[in-house]
Design a binder for this molecule. Structure first.
Ligand SMILES: [Zn+2]
Length: 311
């Protein structure tokens, strides 16, 4: 049986929020089978739980924010990406402020945290959302001409793979790989995707700071570019780090569905808003997906049983 997974023990991290600049403590704790992933704001007089779900996403302007009533957690996507990459189904995430710490701007620190706590196999079948029919969201270009400015799609696939293409019209980004395809069953998430950092442009950063955003951002947790070049003295971690970060983000955004997908995701210039729209589009077509388990590992998508052992 492909089993659900949680942590063996609890683990903690301290950092600052990318946008709020606030110091925040994070505690990741094991959770029982079928709990799912639950954020708990432990800084409030009464702790408030926010279970991840596509419908809990309430703001996607700069990062993915989830809410329950008026209580929020910002910038959940890199931690969610690490959970997706390592196949964590059940987890409590206690947090002492409104925003997940940015750490090094990638998912690598979260992967390290989860792996150092150790992963526990649970006595319950892992549940996947298997896409049966393609769903798609598009935004047409405001310049017209019929070409789509951006789009994202989920299609049936026996496994989980993502392909992403970027188009930034910036010399430093254009000189790198513009398209990446990643198949989870390759087992290379930690090596090939998790280390890709978030990125930003100095002109946007100045505007964001003026609006009280990106207060925790800097060269130690983001790739920062002026109009021409990357400003980080040690350069890029991958020669296609930008598009790989978009894959990392998409894995995190899509994991907010609450269960891992069996699907092929493909996207052109998508972002947090469009990724969430795509999930809502999927959920609105109840004939486009079903929930499946694999009592017999041999019936799981090729590579998944091996992946489950190697994770
Ligand atoms: Zn990101």
């Amino acid at each position: 049986m492909l089993q659900q997974r949680t942590l063996k023990s609890l683990t903690k991290a301290v950092g600052v929020g990318l946008h709020s600049g606030q110091r925040v403590e994070l505690t990741l704790r094991p959770a029982a089978p079928d709990t799912g992933i639950i954020f708990r704001r432990v800084d409030l007089p009464q702790p408030v739980d926010i279970a991840i779900s596509a419908l809990a996403v309430t703001d996607t302007r700069l990062a993915s924010t989830i809410s329950s009533g008026t209580v929020k957690v910002l910038t959940v996507e890199h931690l969610m990406s690490a959970c997706a990459g390592l196949g964590i189904d059940n987890l409590y995430i206690d947090i002492t402020a409104e925003e997940v710490p940015i750490l090094d701007g990638s998912a690598a620190s979260f992967v390290f945290l989860l792996q150092s706590a150790g992963i526990e196999l649970q006595n319950a079948p892992k549940r996947f959302i298997k896409v049966l029919k393609s769903v798609e969201v598009r935004e047409e270009s405001s310049e017209g001409g019929g070409a789509s400015a951006k789009w994202a799609r989920l299609s049936p696939y026996d496994g989980y793979k993502l392909s992403f293409e970027i188009d930034f019209d910036h010399p430093a980004v254009d000189s790198t790989g513009q398209r990446v395809e990643f198949d989870l069953s390759s087992g290379s998430y930690t090596r090939d995707i998790a280390r890709a950092r978030t990125f930003g442009f100095t002109k946007d950063v100045e505007m964001m700071r003026a609006n009280g955003l990106a207060l925790g951002g800097g060269l130690d947790n983001a790739i920062v570019m002026d109009d021409y070049k990357v400003l980080n003295s040690d350069g890029l971690r991958y020669n296609d780090e930008f598009v790989k970060h978009k894959i990392l983000d998409a894995m995190g955004d899509l994991y907010l569905l609450g269960k891992p997908l069996l699907a092929a995701y493909s996207a052109f210039r998508s972002g947090h808003a469009m990724n969430n729209k795509l999930l809502r589009e999927l959920l609105s077509h109840t004939d486009a997906y079903e929930i499946v388990t694999f009592e017999d590992e041999k019936k799981a998508p090729a590579g998944f049983a091996t992946l489950a052992r190697a994770w």
